[in-house]
Design a protein around this ligand. Structure first.
Ligand SMILES: Cc1cc2nc3c(=O)[nH]c(=O)nc-3n(C[C@H](O)[C@H](O)[C@H](O)COP(=O)(O)OP(=O)(O)OC[C@H]3O[C@@H](n4cnc5c(N)ncnc54)[C@H](O)[C@@H]3O)c2cc1C
Length: 411
């Protein structure tokens, strides 16, 4: 059995750590925060997760919130302007429900599980010196530090990173007094072209069920009004203002005035979508391997990051199991990441294509989903697996053939 160090107690690091302990390995997990500090902090994500990724958590027995978390069984997309004129609308059922557990609830419980299983949980803000120490003392060191600075050790891969700057200003809010959408609970994606998006779904937070929403503002556009927002109260007021101004149809769900679930229920930020090389070399020459957002960071628009983190952890777990007594060398690390990239290239393309000026073939597919219930169903399930809509969602010529096939089916 191997001795493995992980830096970062988030979605990917804890998933990997718990899986490794269950497989009999020795695991040290270095976190810059205790579970109590994570629980007492601000929200970290909207962490909408879908069937495949949730199934991987179920496999490890760490789906502790199955009975409490409000499930959502569908997806809807609406493109409309600020006057509420709808240009496109489709909705479809998900084959398996999605779920969102506040990471302030989830990670502390997973840390407890990690410790219960015999893992060595160390509180330390890992820098180069820590990584050197870990790499010298373990067979494999995995850096799963999310957007933490230590991730700068890994080099950007320009061939896999079309953007060099953030494409959205993000404002995340957990609220009460936002009525459920009519019909079955669903992830609701609202696009106001050229201005930004409003994405909402039900979730489970510290105080119980709530609605979680992310406002994605095009930088420099009319919704990019966050520069002077400092307090949670200002954040909430700005969110309600933007919702009422730019997404009037969704604003009808506001019951009086929105309320924060707790003072930590807001987050603002921006990310540059970036894929990196998976191996970093320390000053000593020792190597460490990246996992999750450290090496594959996406804008949250399509809700893929936590799902990717879980799927990557599973691929790493399987590869470690298959390695036996062989060393975890650079070639092995690169090969494991390529296995992950065979999948991750799709959620990355799915997200980047949605962030940019939408290609014509993509708009035709989404427009067809309006009247083609079968296609709407396929699109609703694409959140779970963006690979399932390859190649046609990503390629104009393939889209042509695919849509011709749909038209023939309908005729
Ligand atoms: C606004 C927003 C909304 C999102 N919505 C969704 C969504 O709906 N669906 C979805 O799938 N994804 C979503 N994501 C993305 C998702 O949250 C991340 O992709 C996912 O959490 C990544 O997991 P990770 O393990 O790589 O990193 P994280 O979960 O970020 O964990 C990293 C951990 O490492 C710790 N750390 C950092 N530096 C150090 C250090 N030097 N030493 C020790 N520990 C360190 C951090 O404190 C943290 O605990 C969203 C993200 C944002 C910002």
């Amino acid at each position: 059995m191997a001795s493995i160090a992980i830096v970062g107690a988030g979605q990917s690091g804890l998933h990997l750590g718990i899986g490794l302990l269950m497989a009999g390995h020795q695991v040290t997990l270095v976190s810059n925060r205790t579970g109590a500090q994570i629980a007492a902090g601000t929200v970290l994500s909207s962490q909408s997760m879908y069937g495949m990724a949730l199934g991987l958590e179920r496999e490890l027995g760490i789906d502790f919130w199955q009975d409490e978390a409000p499930p959502y069984a569908g997806a809807q997309m609406r493109v409309a302007d600020s006057d509420g004129n709808v240009m496109l609308f489709w909705q479809g059922a998900m084959d398996e429900p999605g779920q969102s557990i506040d990471q302030r609830v989830k990670m502390p419980r997973w840390i407890d599980r990690f410790v219960e299983l015999g893992g060595d949980f160390v509180i330390e803000d890992a820098g180069i010196a820590t990584l050197e120490r870990l790499a010298a003392a373990h067979d494999l060191t995995v850096v799963a530090a999310g957007k933490g600075e230590v991730g700068a050790l890994f080099e950007r891969d320009p061939a896999r990173s079309p953007y060099t700057a953030p494409q959205r200003v993000l404002a995340l809010t957990y609220v009460n007094r936002f009525r459920p959408r009519p019909g079955v609970p669903a992830i609701c994606i609202n696009i106001n072209p050229g201005i930004g998006e409003f994405v909402s779904f039900p979730g489970l937070t510290l105080s119980g069920p709530c609605e979680i929403f992310t406002i994605e503002c095009i930088p420099g556009g009319p919704m990019d009004q966050w520069a002077d927002v400092k307090t949670p109260e200002d954040h909430l007021a700005m969110s309600e203002h933007l919702l009422r101004t730019f997404f009037p149809i969704e604003a009808e769900r506001i019951d009086g005035h929105l309320e924060l679930t707790d003072p930590g229920a807001v987050l603002r930020g921006r990310v540059t979508p970036t894929t990196k090389h998976p191996v970093a070399t320390l000053p000593s020459g020792a190597i460490v391997m990246g996992l999750g957002d450290v090496v594959c960071l996406n804008d949250p628009l399509t809700g893929q990051g936590s799902n990717n983190a879980a799927k990557a952890a599973k691929i790493y777990l399987d590869a470690i199991a298959a390695r036996g007594d062989e060393p975890f060398d650079r070639a092995w690390m690169e090969a494991v990441f390529e296995t992950y990239w065979d999948y991750a290239r799709y959620p990355v393309a799915y997200t980047n294509q949605t962030l940019g000026v939408p290609p014509e073939h993509m708009m035709r597919i989404l427009k067809t989903a309006e009247s083609d219930a079968g296609l709407a169903h396929i699109m609703a399930n694409s959140f779970n697996d963006p690979k399932s809509i390859a190649p046609w969602y990503y390629d104009p010529a393939e889209a042509e053939t695919f849509l011709a096939g749909r038209a023939a089916l309908a005729a």
